[in-house]
Design a protein around this ligand. Structure first.
Ligand SMILES: Nc1ncnc2c1ncn2[C@@H]1O[C@H](COP(=O)(O)OP(=O)(O)OP(=O)(O)O)[C@@H](O)[C@H]1O
Ligand SMILES: [Mg+2]
Length: 558
């Protein structure tokens, strides 16, 4: 029991949103109040200090009070806002680089990776921390993290939250809100779209922070073209074709490579993150033969790639619920990847494949993004736990559902969409696990819309429930991964990667119960290498592309 408790306590500190309030964090509640009664006492204390007669655990109307560490400071908040490619992140990072300690929180692993690289190169030791990675550097006082991993219990000299307009995102917005309200830093730099300014000013009225807005202008031109691409034979070096289905990505890659002038890197959401990074690096590298990029909106935020022209293959995408038109801000974000300042192509262009899309493209690029009205929020584990005590017969699915239905919110907040969590909860409720354990599986990084991943989660949870320890070899035989021969096999491999990734995630949160992190990580690496081998083989292979670029074919394809 003792070791089990100890294990849980270690885990809690690593789960985003598990126990954010310093009163409940490892330093106090875990040591002072090892029991749920302790949490209850703590919450009671909190309730009396807020003057409420009876604590309502579904009351989320004062989320700024969940972060006493940040509230002890009067933070200097600097909002860096403006169009894409205007130097917002650059200026915030300059401050981060010169600070004595700091944290960068970005929406994508690729961005966190880019920042960690940049700081380490500038001799500022910087850790990289994402749900599945801990790359620790000796002596680091800086860390680059994905926003879900933002640490709200330490003090920093400087913090940067990038793409802050994402606080309006239906599913991930609450993590941005948590970083905005919860990070304890003397200086907090927020970079993003001006559409978020009024909301942030409103949210920070109650925090007593100093708020300053710095506006930026685009550093290099982005030219919207009035003519569509016409044909794939008009593709040229530095082009990036954006499309939203995996099938279309490979279809377009094939069509371009069949023209025998270009090789395409691909970047899309379900590719392993390390593969995405390498594909992007290969495209960015002038000495590589991969000179065209075919990508989904996974490249849409903040990234600095050597793109000369963005070509939208469509302006519609399936968002998990329905097919819809891209929003003005999505179009601007994606288009903004072309012509980055100080890149190989300092003047960017943007166009479409389909002539019918041109009017929407032009009007979106010339419109301001609509003002963001509300910020995401969600309960942390402690509140869910206390709520569950009032409903002892509920499973975690019912607790979440009821909590979401009954949550009381201030006008400027909305409750996060927890569809994925509910899907996991429905599976996990079948097992006799504690609420702690159920919560952990529920907030894990699993993609429940992927059959193989959801089966992986179920097997991990069943095995954990039965044995208390999950060996990777129970569900995965190392040494059996093969280079896929078809797109179906590729998709399967991507899913296997996700399952291995989930194991690594669980190993960071339940170290003793998921002891094979290294094996899972090495198999993950093999998996992504095999996927890359497929990506290399899949297209047209011409050993000496450079020679060909000087052939008549090149000028014909212009
Ligand atoms: N003053 C500067 N000196 C040198 N390089 C700069 C300067 N300002 C910006 N850059 C470079 O220009 C590029 C774009 O800047 P940055 O990434 O900060 O833009 P951004 O406004 O954050 O764009 P996005 O909205 O797409 O995130 C980066 O490669 C950055 O390093
Ligand atoms: Mg940026």
């Amino acid at each position: 029991m003792g070791s089990l408790l100890f294990r849980r306590r270690l885990s809690r500190t690593l789960v985003p949103g598990w126990s954010d309030n310093a009163d409940f964090s490892r330093s106090s509640w875990q040591l002072k109040f090892g029991t749920s009664y302790g949490v209850y006492q703590c919450l009671r204390k909190l309730s009396s200090s807020t003057g409420a007669k009876k604590f309502d655990f579904t009351d989320l109307t004062r989320p700024h009070t969940w972060y006493p560490n940040a509230r002890r400071k009067r933070r200097n908040v600097i909002l860096h806002v403006g169009p894409t490619n205007s130097g917002k992140t650059y200026h915030a990072l300059k401050r981060l680089e010169s600070s004595s300690s700091g944290i960068y929180c970005g929406p994508l692993r690729l961005l966190a990776w880019e920042v960690a690289q940049r700081l380490n190169k500038a001799k500022v030791p910087c850790d990289l921390i994402t749900g599945q990675e801990r790359e620790e550097v000796d002596g680091a006082k800086h860390r680059a993290v994905t926003v879900e991993m933002a640490d709200v219990t330490s003090d920093y000299n400087c913090a940067v939250v990038d793409e802050i307009q994402m606080l309006g995102c239906r599913t991930r917005g609450f993590s941005f809100t948590r970083a905005l309200l919860g990070i304890s830093a003397d200086e907090l730099h927020l970079c993003g779209d001006a559409a978020a300014v009024p909301l942030i000013q409103e949210l920070l009225k109650v925090t007593d922070d100093n708020v300053k807005v710095q506006y930026y202008e685009r550093l290099s031109p982005l030219i919207p073209l009035k003519v569509p691409l016409g044909s794939f034979s008009n593709i040229r070096t530095g082009d990036c074709i954006v499309t939203f289905s995996r099938y279309e990505i490979y279809n377009i890659k094939k069509r371009i490579e069949n023209g025998r002038n270009h090789l395409c890197s691909v970047v899309y959401g379900s590719l392993p993150p390390e593969t995405r990074t390498r594909q992007a690096t290969m495209f960015n590298d002038e000495s590589s033969d991969f000179d065209v990029l075919v990508a989904s909106d996974a490249i849409g935020m903040g990234l600095n790639l050597n793109i000369s022209r963005i070509i939208f293959s469509t302006l519609r995408k399936f968002d998990g619920v329905e097919m819809r038109e891209l929003s003005v801000s999505e179009i601007k974000q994606i288009a903004g990847r072309a012509g980055r300042y100080r890149s190989k192509f300092p003047v960017g262009e943007v166009t479409c494949l389909d002539p019918d899309d041109i009017p929407l493209l032009l009007s979106s690029l010339s419109s301001p993004s609509p003002i963001i009205e509300a910020s995401g929020t969600f309960s942390n584990f402690d509140l869910l736990f206390m709520y569950s005590r009032l409903h002892p017969n509920y499973g975690i699915h019912q607790i979440l559902e009821h909590f979401v239905e009954n949550a009381k919110l201030s006008e400027k907040y909305f409750i996060a969409d927890c569809e994925q969590m509910l899907k996991v909860a429905a599976v996990i409720d079948e097992l006799p696990l504690s609420l702690n354990d159920k919560y952990l599986f529920t907030v894990s990084s699993v993609d429940m819309d992927d059959d193989i991943s959801s089966q992986g989660l179920t097997q991990f949870a069943q095995s954990y429930c039965k044995n208390g320890i999950v060996r990777l070899k129970e569900i995965f035989t190392p040494g059996t991964l093969k280079v896929p021969k078809s797109h179906k096999a590729l998709k399967e491999l991507e899913s296997i990667h996700k399952v291995l990734d989930l194991y690594v995630w669980l190993s960071f949160h339940m170290e003793d119960s998921f002891p094979d992190r290294e094996l899972a990580a090495s198999q993950k690496a093999i998996c992504s290498m095999i996927i890359e081998e497929f990506l290399g083989r899949d297209g047209w292979q011409k050993p000496n592309l450079r020679k060909l670029r000087h052939s008549p074919l090149k000028s014909l394809s212009g």
